[in-house]
Design a protein around this ligand. Structure first.
Ligand SMILES: [Zn+2]
Length: 89
C-alpha cells in the first residue's frame, strides 16, 4: 500500500514538471501567469535577461518576475514573466 502511494505522488509531480535533460528546463503551470510556462534556473535567467543576480532577485521580490520551487527545492524563474520584465526596459 505504501508503494502504491509513492507511485501516485510521482505521477502527480510528473504532470506538472516535465524535465528536459538537453535544455535543463522545466515546463509547468505558473499560478501568476495562469498558463504553462518554461521554468529556468536563476543562472539562466540572469544570462538571458542581462540582469545581475541582485537585479534578478529584486525583480522576484517585487513580483515582476515569478518564481517557483522545483521538487528538489531548487529556485526556478518563470521565463514568461522574465520576457515581460525585458520589454519594460
Ligand atoms: Zn509566470
Amino acid at each position: 500500500m505504501a508503494g502504491k502511494r509513492t507511485v501516485l505522488t510521482l505521477e502527480k509531480s510528473e504532470r506538472y514538471y516535465f524535465y528536459s535533460e538537453a535544455a535543463r528546463t522545466i515546463t509547468g503551470r505558473c499560478e501568476a501567469c495562469h498558463e504553462e510556462v518554461t521554468w529556468i534556473t536563476p543562472d539562466q535567467a540572469s544570462a538571458l535577461s542581462k540582469l545581475t543576480m541582485r537585479e534578478l532577485f529584486r525583480s522576484i521580490e517585487t513580483g515582476q518576475v515569478h518564481f517557483n520551487e522545483s521538487s528538489t527545492g531548487e529556485l526556478l524563474v518563470c521565463l514568461n514573466s522574465l520576457g515581460h520584465r525585458k520589454e519594460e526596459k
